[in-house]
Write a protein of this length. Structure first.
Length: 236
C-alpha cells in the first residue's frame, strides 16, 4: 500500500483529568483526495485538527503527515512543518483586519520559505501567485487587492481565506466549516472553486463540516463519530 498523505494509527487523546475524547484506530487521507468529514459540535473535530497540525500531541498512537511522525519533532519544528505543508481555511476565516487582501493572502509565504519558493516557481512571484489565485476565486478587480480585509463581505473574506490557504501549493488543505455563513447555492459554487484550485495545486482537501448535504460532492465522506470509538454508545 502506498504512503498516505495523513495516517493516524491507534490515536488516543484526552484532556487532563477527563475521559478520552478521541480514540481512532486508523484513518488515512490519500494524496490528491477530497474528503468530507462530518464533525458536529462536540465531536472532537477541533481537537483532531489540532492533532493533525501538531498543535496537540496524542497520549498514545501516532499522527503522520507526509511520512513524518509529528511527535518526533519539537514544538518549533512542528510549527515550521505545519506552515510548510498545510493550508487552513477557518470557520471565522481569521483574516488580519488591518492588512490588505494581498498581504493576507501572502502571509504563509512570509513564514515558509518553501511555500514562497513554490509560489515563485509556479507563478513567477509571490505577488503574482496571490493575484492569480484571487482571480480564479472570483476576485479579479485589482482595486480589491489593496482593500483592508475588514472591509469585505463574508463571501469575499471566504475567498481570500481560501487563497491564503492555497498559496505556495501546500500538500494538505484543511477547511473547518468554511461555508457555514453562506446560502446553499453560494456554498456549492465555492466548494467547486476550491476543488479546482486544490487539483491545480496538487493538494489534498480535508473538509470538516456538520452539513451532510455537501458530502456527495466529495471523493469520499466519513463521519468522525464512526471513526472515533470514544464517541460510541456505552453498553449498559
Amino acid at each position: 500500500m502506498s504512503q498516505a498523505l495523513i495516517e493516524l494509527r491507534d490515536l488516543l487523546f484526552a484532556w487532563p483529568g477527563q475521559a478520552p475524547l478521541l480514540d481512532i484506530p486508523q484513518f488515512r487521507l490519500e494524496a490528491g483526495e477530497a474528503l468530507f468529514l462530518k464533525g458536529p459540535s462536540g465531536s472532537g473535530k477541533t481537537t483532531l485538527l489540532g492533532l493533525l497540525g501538531g498543535v496537540n500531541l496524542p497520549a498514545q498512537g501516532s499522527v503522520r503527515l507526509l511520512g513524518q511522525t509529528l511527535a518526533e519533532l519539537g514544538q518549533g519544528a512542528r510549527d515550521r512543518f505545519r506552515v510548510d505543508h498545510t493550508g487552513y481555511i477557518f470557520q471565522q476565516f481569521n483574516l488580519l483586519p488591518f492588512l490588505s487582501v494581498r498581504e493576507n493572502v501572502e502571509l504563509p509565504c512570509r513564514f515558509s520559505a518553501s511555500r514562497a519558493k513554490r509560489a515563485r516557481q509556479r507563478h513567477g512571484s509571490v505577488d503574482q501567485a496571490a493575484t492569480q489565485l484571487l482571480a480564479h476565486l472570483g476576485l479579479a478587480d485589482p482595486a480589491m487587492l489593496a482593500r483592508r480585509a475588514d472591509s469585505l463581505s463574508i463571501g469575499q473574506q471566504q475567498r481570500v481565506a481560501a487563497a491564503r490557504a492555497l498559496i505556495g501549493q501546500p500538500e494538505l488543505v484543511i477547511a473547518d466549516e468554511p461555508t457555514s455563513a453562506l446560502d446553499a447555492d453560494t456554498r456549492e459554487a465555492f466548494i467547486r472553486l476550491l476543488f479546482d484550485e486544490c487539483r491545480a495545486a496538487g493538494s489534498s482537501l480535508l473538509f470538516v463540516s456538520h452539513d451532510q448535504s455537501l458530502a456527495p460532492l466529495f471523493d469520499r465522506h466519513l463521519s468522525l463519530a464512526e471513526l472515533n470509538r470514544a464517541a460510541a454508545p456505552r453498553e449498559a
